[in-house]
Design a protein around this ligand. Structure first.
Ligand code: RRO
Length: 318
C-alpha cells in the first residue's frame, strides 16, 4: 500500500530521514537502516572531514521547531564510501548526499563529480546534490542557475545512478524558481528534494535574553512544523512545473515540517512521491518512520484508497 518507485527504486514506505540530523556516523546510519524508514540518507559529505561550526550550534526544540548552524560536520566522503557497502545488506535504497566546501583546493564542480563517482562505486543507489546548505556560505549554490547547470551537467556525465538536487525555497523569487526548474529539466535529473531548512532565521531565549546558537551571529536554518506551509507550496510548484514542462518524470522528495501522518499526507497530496524527515526524527528518534507509515496507511484505508500513488499530486484547486 505504501510502495512508491522513484527512478526505478522501490521506497516502502516512501519515508526516509532527511540529510541533516543524526545521519553522519555508521552507527546512526545503521539505526536508520534497521528502522521503518524506506531508504537511508547520509549526512551531506564533503571532500575532507569537517568538524563544523562552534557550539552551541543546534537548538533541537524551539516550540516544536529546530534551528541549526551545524556547518556541515561530516566524516569526509572516503569514510562514507567505506560505510555504504556495509549498509547494502538492509536492501533499502541508499542516497548519498554530497556538498561542496571552500576548504579544499578544487573547483566546486569537480568536488561534486569526484564524490558522486566515488559514491556510485561504493554502491550508493542515488546521489542527492546539496545545493542549499544555509550555514557555510553567504550564498547557497541553489540561487545560481549557471553554477547549478554546470554541476548537474558534470555529475550526470560521471555517474549512471539517479541524480537529484536539494533546494532552498524559492517562494520569494519565482523567476529564479523557473530558471532553476528549467536547469533541472534540461539536465534530466531524477528527483528534487525540497525544501532545506529556511536560512537566516534566529531565535531568542527569554530567560537568558541570548540567542540560541553561536555561529553566524545566531542566524541559522529553521526546520519543523512551522515550515510545512512553505514546503508544501514549493513541492506543489515543482510538481505543477514538471507536469507542464517536463518530458520525463522527475520525482519529488517533500521535505519540511513532517511531524505527523497528516503533515506527510499533505506533502503527498501536494505532489511529493516520498517525504524526508529532519527535525521530527532528531527529536523523537528512528521510531518516527514506522509511526508515520502506520498513520499514513490508516488514513488511506479510512479514506478508501488502495495505494498511496492515488493521492500523489491529487490536491484540488479551490
Ligand atoms: O550542516 C549544516 O549546517 C546544514 C546543512 Br549542510 C544543510 O543542508 N541544512 C542545514 O540546515 N544545516
Amino acid at each position: 500500500m505504501l510502495n512508491v518507485k522513484i527512478a526505478g527504486l522501490e521506497f516502502n514506505p516512501p519515508i526516509t530521514n532527511a540529510s541533516g540530523p543524526e545521519c553522519d556516523t555508521f552507527e546512526l546510519l545503521e539505526k536508520i537502516a534497521k528502522s521503518g524508514a524506506g531508504g537511508i540518507m547520509t549526512k551531506s559529505m564533503t571532500m575532507v572531514p569537517r568538524q563544523g561550526n562552534p557550539e552551541p550550534r543546534l537548538a533541537k526544540d524551539v516550540g516544536g521547531n529546530s534551528l541549526n548552524s551545524m556547518g556541515l560536520p561530516n566524516l569526509g566522503y572516503k569514510a562514507y564510501a567505506s560505510m555504504i557497502p556495509k549498509l547494502k545488506k538492509y536492501r533499502k535504497p541508499i542516497i548519498a548526499s554530497v556538498a561542496s566546501c571552500d576548504n579544499v583546493a578544487m573547483p566546486i564542480t569537480e568536488q561534486f563529480a569526484v564524490m558522486a563517482a566515488e559514491m556510485e562505486r561504493a554502491g550508493a543507489d542515488m546521489i542527492e546534490i546539496n545545493a542549499s546548505c544555509p550555514n557555510v556560505s553567504k550564498v547557497p549554490i541553489g540561487i545560481d542557475p549557471k553554477a547549478v547547470d554546470e554541476i548537474l551537467a558534470k555529475v550526470k556525465q560521471v555517474v549512471k545512478v539517479p541524480v537529484g538536487i536539494k533546494l532552498n525555497p524559492y517562494g520569494h523569487n519565482l523567476n529564479l524558481f523557473e530558471e532553476i526548474a528549467g536547469v533541472i529539466l534540461k539536465n534530466r535529473l531524477a528527483f528534487v528534494s525540497t525544501i532545506n531548512s529556511i536560512p537566516n532565521c534566529m531565535e531568542i531565549d527569554l530567560k537568558t535574553k541570548s540567542k540560541l546558537i553561536r555561529p553566524n551571529h545566531g542566524y541559522g536554518g529553521f526546520g519543523g512544523p512551522a515550515i510545512l506551509a512553505a514546503a508544501l507550496a514549493e513541492v506543489n510548484r515543482f510538481y505543477n512545473y514538471f507536469r507542464e514542462h517536463g518530458s520525463h518524470k522527475i520525482a519529488i522528495f517533500g521535505v519540511g515540517g513532517v511531524s505527523s501522518p497528516e503533515s506527510a499526507i499533505k506533502h503527498f497530496l501536494a505532489g511529493a512521491d516520498a517525504v524526508q524527515i529532519g527535525t521530527y526524527y532528531m527529536q523523537k528518534g528512528p521510531g518516527v518512520f514506522a509511526e508515520l507509515a502506520r498513520g499514513v496507511e490508516n488514513w488511506l484505508r479510512i479514506e478508501g484508497y488502495s495505494n498511496i500513488s492515488e493521492i500523489i499530486g491529487a490536491v484540488k484547486e479551490i
